[in-house]
Design a protein around this ligand. Structure first.
Ligand code: NOJ
Ligand code: CA
Length: 699
């Protein structure tokens, strides 16, 4: 009888099928199998080590509609790709896209519905996605749950932040998988967001280190028209289950065929450095949708910004509360005397930018509404076209043109999406009129309409809409409090950067970011794309502005310089006040010299949570730049300079001085110059919480 059943199931579900496929270099081995219930599983090995043990795939659709079992394999297609593609801007000027593809076409036995699962095996990892072909029996549907699993081989060390549906602005916890406790230690104000489903949900990019020496990073690529994926950690079996951001009804996505989900990605290596050098996520994104990219330019910028975060200035013009823009006569308001974005200050910042070769100036708090925005959860706060009485947008615009400095428009939406979308046309007309070429968008607070989340399908579509509209108008975007990146800057190269993480700003007004923070971010948040971290704070302790304040940046000054190399962003801010830079002109020289667009990247040494050393070659010259950062521990490195090209370079080392320490003496640095070639070695010492930046200028 048993035998007979087995035979039937073989006939129905191809139980015997278990196939093996390899990466181009044969180091990665993918196994695909279908069990007697007709459920598809995959398994991934790196050499002889398990990356992912046999793991389930599939969906629950609509109410409780099984779309994960009773499948039979109709066809398995294989192909290979090996091509190089040029980047519009980036960490490297061209990228090798090399993989073996396996396309498994499935049909559900009774419902006759079809599903295709495509796997791409690269030398540095795996991507897979689900494709719902156009078909009679599946036209419109709801994704109730995606059931993708990542069954890990042990109780790995994990670097995680809680799976909040609305924010990634957390410090990282390092723990074993069995100790993930993501409902604990919430550090962000409840007014802003707190939507964590349970105590075992984490965000991606999720970084792991196994006891058998593998570094594993799980994330997603090309997130379009679909919600963000979090991972639910089974603390006993070490299986990670996908958990999609829901809407208010608990539904995850509303789809119609044909549709392809984002790629689920697993980057793997025996070397931590290789995780940071991976281009797998970019390779899984589509080429640029924007045909003419000549107007898209990386930029280094300053801004009327840090002054507000440290409390010197205010975004708001008047000290008022609960005022709605439609009922307020802005011209007659009494100024509070602290307003940051005045015409006069903006012109001074433009002068500073022009003098030191910055491309652009960001001006926040220029428009009416800031008296009434924060935490009030109102629909109609900002109109994006009405400047405060002391900000003459025309004069500022003419002045910036005369000085050849670009302006970055700030659109804080206060997460009121319906308000922003209905005003978008007018807002774009306004900024084009005044010659702005980029927008920093902001989505602080709970999403309006109520019930949506920052990471839900509805918001993912909003972010794409804004990007597409911006592309039509030749505008670049730097989004804050947006969905975390998934490599879409390949498809939309006008999406220069985003925050979507806990930036330097937290150091100004909270317990801040611990010294290890910047040694983890490149392994987590930055795996998906550039981050507007806003490095370059020279005045480290906040009691300089607010006597008695305990807040401070948790690094040395030299480490702030190194962050220009470590935290990649093609729109990179020198975040401190111009007057602070003028106090330290010799250290500021590194910020003046460092570019924001690169030809080559070499990760010289790295360990998540401990240290990172990266060298990068400028895209537009022969010069190289190096950044090294450490956590709270002092470290020494002997660096071989063999990454340099032939010839002599003048190396300028901006390092922690011997007595520097992030807590007790953070602003103490030393600068040293010497001529070097690629056969030299350089010894550097990083203080506790410190760093070192080096420029290599070709002679
Ligand atoms: C949070 C952003 O991250 C920050 O850069 C901005 O200044 C404030 N929101 C105000 O919009
Ligand atoms: Ca923020």
């Amino acid at each position: 009888m048993k035998k007979f059943l087995l035979l039937i199931s073989i006939l129905l579900f191809n139980v015997s099928i278990a196939q093996t496929y390899y990466s181009p270099d044969k180091n990665l081995q993918l196994n695909i199998s279908i069990n007697e219930k007709g459920e598809l599983h995959y398994q991934l090995k790196f050499k002889d080590k398990f990356v992912v043990k046999s793991s389930k795939l599939g969906f629950i659709l609509n109410e409780n509609d099984d779309f994960y079992s009773s499948f039979k394999i109709e066809n398995i297609g294989q192909s290979s790709v090996s091509e190089k593609w040029p980047t519009v801007w980036g960490e490297v000027d061209s990228i090798l896209n090399q993989f073996n593809e396996v396309k498994v076409a499935l049909k559900q036995v009774q419902s006759e519905r079809q599903l295709i699962i495509t796997f791409r095996i690269f030398n540095d990892g795996l991507g897979f996605r689900y494709e719902f072909p156009k078909q009679e029996n599946l036209k419109y549907f709801i994704v109730k749950d995606e059931l993708s699993e990542f069954s890990l081989s042990g109780n790995h060390e994990a670097f995680w932040i809680p799976g909040d549906y609305d924010s990634q602005e957390y410090t990282y916890t390092t723990s074993r998988l069995s100790e993930v406790n993501s409902a604990k230690g919430l550090s962000f104000d409840d007014i802003i967001v707190k939507s964590i489903p349970g105590n075992n949900f984490v965000q991606t990019p999720f970084m792991l280190k196994s006891d058998d020496g593998l570094y594993i990073n799980i994330h997603e690529a090309a997130l379009l028209d679909y919600p963000v994926m979090y991972l639910e950690v089974d603390k006993e079996s070490f299986v990670l289950r996908s958990h999609l951001c829901p809407d208010i009804f608990g539904n995850k996505a509303y789809l119609q065929t044909p549709f392809s989900t984002p790629w689920r990605t697993i980057i793997v290596s025996e070397k931590a450095e290789k995780i940071l050098e991976s281009n797998l996520i970019l390779n899984l994104n589509e080429p640029s949708k924007i045909k003419d990219v000549s107007w898209i330019k990386p930029q280094k910028y300053i801004g009327i910004w840090w002054g507000m975060h440290v409390g010197l200035y205010s975004w708001n013009y008047a000290d008022l509360d609960n005022i709605r823009i439609e009922t307020t006569d802005w011209k007659n308001l009494k100024p509070n005397g602290k307003h940051g974005a005045t015409t006069e200050r903006t012109k001074r910042y433009i002068d500073f930018a022009a003098k030191y070769g910055f491309d652009a100036v960001l001006i926040e708090g220029w428009n009416v509404g800031w008296e009434d925005w924060f935490g009030h959860w109102k629909e109609n706060v900002f109109d994006f076209i009405t400047p405060y009485p002391d900000f003459d947008v025309e004069e500022v615009s003419n002045y910036s043109k005369a000085k050849s400095v670009n302006l970055i428009m700030h659109h804080e939406t206060s997460a009121s999406i319906t308000n922003y979308e209905r005003r978008l046309d007018e807002a774009f007309r306004f900024l084009k009129n005044y010659n702005y070429n980029s927008i920093k968008t902001g989505y602080v607070g709970r999403i309006i309409p109520r019930g949506e989340h920052h990471d839900g399908q509805w918001m993912v579509n909003h972010f794409t809409r804004v990007l597409e509209k911006a592309a039509e108008e030749k505008i670049c975007i730097d989004s804050h409090e947006s969905v975390r990146p998934t490599g879409l800057h390949r498809t939309y190269p006008n999406w220069l950067s985003s925050e979507a993480s806990r930036g330097n700003e937290f150091n100004a007004w909270s317990e801040g970011n611990p010294p290890e923070h910047e040694t983890i971010l490149p392994f987590t948040r930055l795996i998906g794309g550039p981050m507007d971290y806003t490095p370059g704070i020279f005045q480290i302790k906040m009691d300089y502005y607010n006597p008695g304040s305990k807040f401070q940046v948790h690094t040395t000054l030299a480490k702030q310089l190194a962050l220009f190399v470590i935290m990649y962003s093609p729109i990179q801010m020198a975040a401190d006040l111009p007057e602070n830079y003028e106090r330290f002109p010799d250290a500021f020289q590194f910020i003046v010299d460092v570019p924001v667009d690169w030809q080559k990247k070499k990760v010289l040494s790295a360990e998540p949570g401990d240290f990172i050393v990266i060298a990068r070659k400028d895209r537009n010259s022969q010069n190289w730049f190096l950044g090294a950062v450490t956590d709270e521990n002092e470290r020494e490195f002997e660096l071989s300079l063999e990454f340099l090209d032939e010839g002599n370079y003048e190396a300028t080392l901006y390092c922690d001085s011997n007595d520097a320490n992030w807590k007790t003496n953070p602003m103490s640095y030393k600068i040293e110059k010497r001529v070097v070639t690629k056969s030299d070695k350089i010894k550097i010492r990083l203080a506790e919480g410190g760093g070192c930046a080096i420029s290599f200028i070709k002679k």
